[in-house]
Design a binder for this molecule. Structure first.
Ligand code: HAM
Length: 501
């Protein structure tokens, strides 16, 4: 009977679809090359269709253990071998990556606890309306949004702040203020993937709701400094650029620009380092901002010190007050060398109203490490009553780049207390009893579940970094004992079950 495999690879969004039909007898061929290297070089619009013939008539190829092809049992059933890569811009976390991620998140959690913040969480899928803002933000254009099966418009959250605001509104007056919450969650943005920018990333957020003064911002910045210090990052590696949206507000007021344009102006100005100055001027003009005001705005953005700002805006300007207070507080926290004023920091989210800040790497190679600011009017934009609020988002991607570059990533291997091996398949139950006894005492135990030879077990013990090996053998078990071998010192002894620690 002829074997015929028709293979169709189709890669709009890097998805590879393989169709096999008439596949008798079961002589499968692996689809080796397309997965990693080829697929990752496609842009999202590319489509590649592979003619099945070359695979069909070509060499027979090694079987894929987990490819699902083995299960193909009927000539009439159509099987689909999926692309083994995650969608473009997203990541898998195999154990070695997961250990690092957990280590980072543990640091996020411990720092948040040091500042007495409580952990909260929200759904990854939210109502689309929560993220729809009309200021022209990049984040709105990058939304993963769709209609669910009930016809509701939903979106994968691109950030956590709107969800937090939603929960604060929902809790209403029952919520004792100030609220100090932190959260760690996955966010989705349809970004052009670059170093440190992906289509999914995790963010650590800390937010304070209900505090009006910049003592809140100072506490937030200090908490990030503490995190950096724990990770081994110093003020010569990274710093914070700080400004206030009130700087732009003051300039707009000076030229009597309507307040409703404020958010849009901020979003345009935020693109300063991405698009030419002429383009910025054009976009501002289209918004109805007169050239004189545009020049005033651009001029103020070049300021790099608070005294210069004071000179430009006058000493009674709110922005100047806030920034002077913040810098004084930061000095009292002992962190002056971490922060600098930079009027060009505006941030790309429309809801910020006051102090804004970004963590940057002094090497200048990486995108922003973290960013945040004050957003006193977000709650009313979502239908609630406004409360003073500020917070930051700290992504997992850029910090890993930085830690890798500086050689600061810890070497984290697996760690297991015991490995338990029944020396005879009949003793599997006895070995399970031994494992249970130890687990009840809080020990981690890898119970060998198949008939394995000692040689394999020693190799495995080394791989999982087990401290001790327990051999459950017939003669010892008959006497209520097991053989315990310390894998470090190589000492061994027979112990009764109840003496296992
Ligand atoms: P954001 O600046 O859009 O702010 O994001 C915060 C951080 O998330 C960035 O500095 C970066 O570390 C990380 N990040 C953002 N997009 C990506 C991406 N595509 N790939 C990898 N990492 C990324 C916010 O999201 C605000 N909601 C933060 C906030 C909380 N403001 C007040 N409270």
């Amino acid at each position: 009977m002829p074997t015929s495999a028709s293979v169709l690879f189709c890669c709009p969004h890097l998805r590879l679809t393989l169709r096999l039909f008439n596949a008798f007898p079961f002589r499968f061929r692996s689809i080796r090359p397309l997965c990693a290297s080829h697929a990752s070089s496609f842009t999202s619009g590319d489509t590649a269709v592979y003619n099945s013939n070359s695979l069909d008539k070509g060499n027979s190829i090694a079987h894929k253990r987990h490819g699902g092809l083995e299960a193909f049992s009927s000539p009439t059933v159509e099987n689909v071998a999926i692309d083994v890569n995650p969608p473009r811009g997203t990541r898998d976390f195999p154990p070695e990556e997961m250990r690092l991620r957990s280590w980072l998140f543990q640091n996020f959690r411990e720092v948040s606890a040091l500042f007495a913040f409580e952990e909260v969480d929200f759904p990854v899928l939210e109502s689309e309306a929560l993220f729809i803002r009309k200021a022209g933000e990049e984040i709105s254009e990058q939304l993963y949004n769709f209609e669910d099966k009930g016809g509701r418009r939903v979106a994968l959250r691109p950030e956590l702040t709107p969800s937090l605001a939603r929960l604060v509104i929902q809790k209403g007056k029952a919520l004792p203020l100030p609220v100090k919450w932190f959260t760690i969650g996955q966010c989705w943005r349809y970004e052009r993937t670059t170093r440190g920018r992906r289509r999914e990333h995790y963010q650590w957020n800390m937010d304070i709701i209900g505090v009006q003064g910049v003592a809140a911002e100072a506490e937030l910045i200090f908490s990030i400094v503490i995190l950096f210090k724990r990770l081994g990052i110093t003020s010569s590696d990274v710093g914070f650029k700080v400004s206030s949206r009130k700087v732009l507000q003051a300039v707009l007021q000076r030229y009597s620009i309507p307040e409703k344009l404020f958010g849009k102006v901020c979003i345009i100005i935020d693109k300063m380092d991405k698009i030419p100055k002429e383009e910025i001027e054009k976009e501002l003009t289209m918004l109805g901002i007169p050239m004189e005001a545009i020049n005033g705005l651009l001029q103020i953005l070049s300021l790099k010190s608070v005294p210069e700002l004071e000179e430009a805006l006058g000493s009674d300007a709110d922005a100047v007050d806030d920034l002077k207070d913040l810098f004084l507080l930061i000095e009292q926290y002992g962190c002056s060398n971490w922060i600098q004023f930079d009027a060009s920091i505006v941030r790309g989210l429309a809801y910020y109203t006051g102090v804004v800040f970004e963590g940057f790497d002094r090497g200048g190679k990486l995108r922003a490490i973290c960013g945040g600011g004050r957003y006193d009017q977000l709650l009313s934009k979502l239908g609630g009553e406004d409360l003073p609020a500020c917070g930051f988002g700290f992504g997992d991607a850029v910090i890993f780049e930085l830690l890798k570059e500086r050689g600061l990533l810890p070497e984290l291997g697996p760690k297991v207390d015991y490995i338990v091996l029944p020396l005879d398949p009949q003793l599997q139950g006895a070995a399970a009893m031994v494992a249970s006894t130890l687990r009840e005492k809080g020990r981690s135990v890898d119970l060998v579940l198949e008939n394995k030879r000692l040689k394999w077990v020693f190799k495995h013990a080394e791989r999982i970094n087990a401290s001790k090996l327990i051999l459950v053998g017939d003669s010892e078990w008959q006497r209520g004992m097991v053989r315990v071998k310390n894998l470090c010192s190589r000492e061994e002894s027979d112990l009764p079950l109840h003496e296992l620690e």
